[in-house]
Design a protein around this ligand. Structure first.
Ligand SMILES: Cc1ncc(COP(=O)(O)O)c(C=O)c1O
Length: 374
């Protein structure tokens, strides 16, 4: 590089001014990092709520076939995927926005509707990205304390809405607490809100509850309702980064102005399309996750460390020495997710793995619980 006169240029000063109090998302610890840190040869990652069974074979084939076209830009409008999703949800294609993960869609919606002087309301133990996206948009965060059982306190959230509130975010089921709101509760909440407020109903884990709750898209009514879903969880495509939201066409027309031109890569588009078409595979894996979730929760309950019932693809462990348990599990090559960042320092979130991975976790936990008692 050529010599540059750096006098008077301090990136950190500028960054600090722009990003007061802004912290990057902290993901689950990567396997490779733990192996390096602990000198281990094998680890089980149960920290990111991925689908432990891998992607659908149809999705893998579609991605392989797409390799030879990688010199082309992807379809910027995700035409085929939108058509398939429109048919699936019985909506028009202009009522769908597709993102680089549903995370991108959440950020775009918040950035579009909330800025300096506006407020975004969400629950304190709601998915952390709502707080980060709100900060990044320069809007005010209004984090409402949860109910005692770590659910959304909808009454308190409604009371927290002011004339500055532009967006409300709800994850259902919620990550990291796994709690579920039913459609009646949600509709009463929506009815109490001013009609111009945008409500993000984040249903990243919807497939894990869909048999006990009617599809919210068929039931809930609110002009600014944005229902987001993802291919990262039940569909096993977390690494592709593809998610979407369904909302009013005019609302999405506004959001689309913030979207970068080719935000969803071609592998993600073809994989999502193929995975959508492999309904049997998804149903089978969701069923397996539910069986394993029940087994894990029963085992945690027997051990006296169950942190609550979860409706998603993870379970909650509660123990006064959760931090100690985390370190000791990591020593054994098991990676759960600490929740201290959510103010839940006594909790660990454990993604449902394969039956074998869950066995490893439970055996490790049994050992660790004896150690922390001693
Ligand atoms: C509640 C919730 N919403 C959204 C996301 C984002 O998922 P993705 O960007 O992979 O679609 C996650 C990821 O963990 C989540 O837990």
């Amino acid at each position: 590089m050529t010599e540059i006169d750096w006098v008077g240029i301090d990136w950190m000063d500028r960054a600090v001014a722009q990003t007061q109090g802004l912290y990057p998302y902290v993901p689950g610890k990567p396997v490779e990092q733990l192996l390096r840190e602990k000198g281990l040869s094998h680890a089980v990652k149960l920290a990111s709520n991925e689908n432990a069974y891998g992607p659908s074979p149809k999705a893998m084939l579609a991605m392989q076939e797409a390799v030879s076209e990688v010199h082309r830009y992807p379809d910027g409008d995700c035409t085929e995927l939108k058509s398939a999703l429109a048919a699936r949800h019985d909506v028009k294609t202009n009522q769908i926005i597709i993102g680089n993960g549903s995370n991108e869609v959440l950020e775009l919606v918040i950035r579009c509707f909330a800025g300096a002087g506006d407020e975004v309301v969400y629950s304190q133990c709601g998915f952390i990205v709502y707080a980060l996206a709100t900060q990044a948009a320069g809007a005010m965060q209004v984090a409402v304390p949860d109910t005692a059982d770590l659910g959304h306190d909808l009454q308190a959230m409604a009371a927290a809405v002011s004339d500055k509130t532009k967006v409300v975010c709800i994850a259902n089921p919620n990550n990291p607490t796994g709690t579920l709101l039913n459609n009646d509760e949600l509709q009463s909440f929506l009815d109490a809100l001013p009609r111009q407020i945008v409500v993000i109903l984040d249903e990243a884990y919807d497939e894990f509850v869909s048999d006990i709750k009617e599809d919210s898209l068929c039931v809930l009514k609110h002009p600014g309702l944005v229902v987001s879903r993802t291919f990262s969880k039940a569909y096993g495509l977390a690494g592709c980064r593809v998610g979407y939201a369904i909302a009013d066409a005019d609302l999405l027309n506004a959001v689309n102005r913030f979207r970068e031109p080719f935000n969803v890569n071609n592998f993600a588009q073809v994989a999502a399309l193929a995975a959508l078409d492999d309904g049997e595979w998804v149903m089978d894996k969701v069923a397996k996750v539910k069986v394993e979730r029940a087994r894990l929760e029963a085992a945690l309950d027997d051990l006296g460390v169950l942190g609550g019932q979860s409706y998603a693809n993870f379970v909650l462990l509660k123990h006064a020495k959760a931090g100690d348990i985390l370190n000791r599990l990591e020593d054994q090559g098991i990676i759960p997710r600490p929740l201290a960042g959510y103010g839940l320092k006594d909790y660990l979130r454990v993604s449902v793995g394969t039956a074998e991975e869950n066995d490893v976790f439970l055996q490790g936990l049994n050992v660790v619980l004896k150690q922390v008692k001693a």
